[in-house]
Design a protein around this ligand. Structure first.
Ligand code: E4P
Length: 221
């Protein structure tokens, strides 16, 4: 399972990269705004800075919603760095753009997926990734994990190469459940990744090991 971090915060991206388990980054216009990044050149510089930190794919989202401008924006983003994956919303012109990008060898991440039908459409258009937002589905009282399971079944039935990028991850349990269901990738905040580290028995076990080692060393002295 690939681990992407869902942030535009350079410090957090560095921390995840230093941990040695990071396979990529996803951003979106809200995450860029959260870091105070605005203006075409600043946005471009920020994507370049992210690409300089990580080894894997970096999703950069278009803000246009009509075919021509999605293409223009996406081609410009793709030229920034070979790591860039153009993130396109699940709308009619977005699907057309994904088909176009796919024919040009430009990789895409179809975002804002909330149904298996949308995922199927994006896969047929040749998306590299589909991003089902499971946390946002859970937030409105529906079963986000069921969507991951349904998309996995559909993609496997037909052998689609499109990768399932489980997005809108809220915590470590989401990651574990997505891994059980066979999501290819998960993207979540640093806290969700670091949450996988934690177990009280690990902490108490380590404290006992260290205390016993100290006692033995003191007894010998
Ligand atoms: C996906 O790539 C999105 O950036 C993201 O996962 C959305 O998550 P949120 O629901 O936490 O905003």
């Amino acid at each position: 399972m690939k681990f992407f971090i869902d942030t535009a915060n350079l410090e957090q991206i560095k921390e995840a990269q230093d941990l040695g388990v990071l396979d990529g980054v996803t951003t979106n216009p809200s995450l860029m705004a959260k870091e105070g990044i605005s203006g075409d050149q600043n946005v471009i510089d920020h994507y370049k800075a992210i690409c300089a930190i990580v080894d894997g794919d970096v999703s950069a989202e278009v803000i246009s919603t009509d075919f021509e401008n999605i293409i223009k924006e996406g081609e410009a983003l793709a030229k920034l760095d070979p790591k860039i994956v153009v993130k396109v919303p699940m709308i009619k012109d977005g699907v057309k753009a994904i088909k176009y990008f796919s024919s040009k060898g430009i990789r895409t991440n179809c975002t804002l997926i909330f149904s298996s039908g949308q995922a199927l459409l994006a896969a047929k258009a040749g998306a590299t990734y589909v991003s089902p937002f499971l946390g946002r589905l859970d937030d409105i009282g529906t079963d986000g994990l069921q969507l991951i399971e349904d998309i996995r079944l559909i993609f496997d039935n037909y052998g689609y190469a499109t990768e399932i990028l489980a997005a809108s991850i809220r915590g470590p349990l989401h990651i574990i459940n997505c891994a059980k269901l066979g999501a290819d990738v998960m993207t979540g905040p640093l806290s969700a990744i670091l949450g996988l580290l934690k177990h009280p028995l690990t902490d108490s076990g380590l404290a006992t090991f260290l205390a016993d080692h100290k006692k033995a060393a003191e007894a010998k002295a």
